[in-house]
Design a binder for this molecule. Structure first.
Ligand code: FMN
Length: 312
């Protein structure tokens, strides 16, 4: 998720769940090929399993980016066919590509030919003007034919004119039954459900139908949700980490980031999603979102935040 799932958030998420597949923010092919690729590709080894999400629609460029992802050690490269922003539509990136299944198939084929890591696609169940089930099957069918085995389905359509990206995550109704039908009609494909999932109970229930679930906003805004994923969904016997254990485990990472001249805020802005539902949560948020900008003792402030968690 743009602005949200940068490497610092992913590092935090990894402190809470060892097994969840994590995704980068979407990186456009233009940014990767003509910008600071090392910065976009940077991650910590502990973040595996990790997918790089690409935005683009030129097969040769996507192939080149997939190669960069593979060389950098990513486990998967995912093509974004779900983002509805105007900015990306003008560059033929994101959800508008649902109207061009043959092009998406060409993109997937070029990426698959270039790398041996998984090439996956994240998409909507349609776009305005192209939202019938037959058209969705045509899209998935063509892209599967090109070699994509795994589809992450954000189970609502995108409306490409007149709605903001935020509204496009809220206004078009969720239609899980459409994604479920897709799984029935393409049983050999991995179909991962996305959209509106908020609890591990819901995840477990959807896993009876789907091969996987993707949780976006809730995982960011209520990050501690991730703490029991390994135990409840992956069958791990490891003890559930407390918030303070997770932050304590991040201390060397924070120290290293500060030592290379980074600001504590780069990391702690992503820690605010841990601050729900315990006494002192307000003070914790204030410390990490306000005081953090004033302190000249960032590590001490981070330790203070851990203390406020009081073992929770
Ligand atoms: C701030 C923000 C940024 C997002 N950026 C991306 C992105 O870069 N790539 C993508 O595939 N989806 C992106 N999304 C959409 C989410 O991945 C997800 O599909 C959507 O929020 C629905 O799932 P949820 O209800 O679990 O959040 C973004 C969502 C938010 C809130």
């Amino acid at each position: 998720m743009m602005e949200w799932t940068d490497r610092h958030f992913r590092y935090l998420a990894r402190q809470l769940s060892r097994h969840t597949l994590l995704y980068t923010e979407m990186v456009t092919t233009g940014a990767l090929l003509h910008g600071d690729a090392a910065r976009f590709l940077r991650y910590d080894q502990s973040e595996h399993p990790l997918a790089l999400q690409l935005g683009g629609s030129a097969p040769a460029e996507l192939a080149a980016c997939a190669r960069l992802a593979e060389q950098a050690g990513y486990d998967e490269v995912n093509l974004n066919v779900g983002c509805p922003s105007d900015r990306v539509q003008n560059n033929m990136i994101g959800a508008c590509l649902m109207g061009h299944p043959a092009l998406v198939a060409d993109c997937v084929k070029a990426m698959r030919d270039a790398v041996s890591i998984d090439v996956t696609v994240k998409h909507r169940i349609g776009i305005n003007g192209r939202d019938s089930y037959a058209e969705l099957c045509d899209f998935v069918g063509q892209v599967a034919e090109a070699g994509c085995r795994s589809f992450t389905v954000h189970a609502r359509i995108a409306i490409l004119e007149g709605l903001s990206p935020k509204q496009n995550r809220e206004v078009p109704p969720l239609r899980y039954e459409v994604a479920a039908q897709l799984k029935r009609d393409f049983p050999a494909l991995e179909i991962i459900l996305n959209g509106g999932i908020k609890t591990l109970e819901e995840c477990a229930a959807h896993l009876a139908t789907f091969d996987g679930v993707m949780v976006g906003r809730e995982a960011y805004q209520n990050t501690y949700l991730l703490a029991e994923v390994d135990q409840r969904l992956f069958g791990s016997a490891a003890p559930v980490r407390t918030r303070s254990q997770a932050l304590q485990a991040m201390r060397p990472y924070v120290e290293a980031h500060l030592a290379e001249g980074g600001s504590l805020h780069h990391i702690t802005r992503h820690v605010l999603g841990l601050a729900q539902g315990f006494p002192g949560a307000r003070r914790f948020r204030q410390l990490l979102s306000v005081d953090v900008h004033r302190t000249d003792q960032p590590l001490a402030l981070f330790d203070q935040a851990i203390e406020l968690l009081d073992g929770r």
